[in-house]
Design a protein around this ligand. Structure first.
Ligand code: FES
Length: 170
């Protein structure tokens, strides 16, 4: 793919996602790191902060902007778990899958979240409101079952109340 095609596809992507306002910002991030060795990871972090995920179209644009092969960008994005190629929700819901939470019924909480917001574990609701992840012990076993929503810890979660609790996160 040549520069023209990569840029056109990136512009189309931004437009479709309503993110065109970030184009200048991304260009200036690329400009800052172009000549810097080791600049790829900070660029990916900053771009993901703005547009929330790094699909191939974005990876190609970053590769072109930094003058590195797309395969290098893909290698880093797929290696580190904090980078994602899939869109994430505005809120990250982490359900604890540790032993204490399991014994105290986290699965029933998860079932309610999945049906209440029509998403699957590891997935994102269609309106991109929530992404649901299962995680290992969150270190609050005394409060099991535990769910974290962004930075908020919800303890002793009653499955019948979880949907209502999540409703306040727009
Ligand atoms: S097992 Fe869930 S917080 Fe420890």
């Amino acid at each position: 793919m040549n520069i023209y095609h990569v840029t056109r596809e990136f512009d189309t992507f931004l437009k479709r996602e309503n993110l065109s306002g970030y184009k200048d910002r991304i260009d200036s991030i690329l400009e800052i790191y172009r000549e810097r060795p080791g600049g790829l990871i900070p660029v990916l972090q900053q771009v993901q902060e703005h547009i929330k995920y790094l699909p191939p179209v974005v990876q190609h644009y970053i590769a072109m902007g930094l003058g590195v092969p797309s395969s290098d960008v893909y290698g880093v994005v797929s290696f580190y778990s904090f980078f994602t190629m899939k869109p994430r929700g505005r809120h990250l819901v982490r359900a604890c899958l540790g032993t204490a939470c399991y014994v105290k019924g986290i699965q029933r909480v998860i079932d309610k979240i999945e049906t209440g917001f029509n998403l699957k574990m590891g997935g994102t609701s269609e309106d991109r409101r929530f992404t649901l992840q299962g995680v290992r012990c969150l270190g609050a076993c005394g409060l099991a079952p535990v769910v974290m929503v962004d930075d908020d810890t919800l303890g002793e979660v009653d499955p019948s109340k979880i949907v209502k609790l999540l409703e306040k996160y727009e």
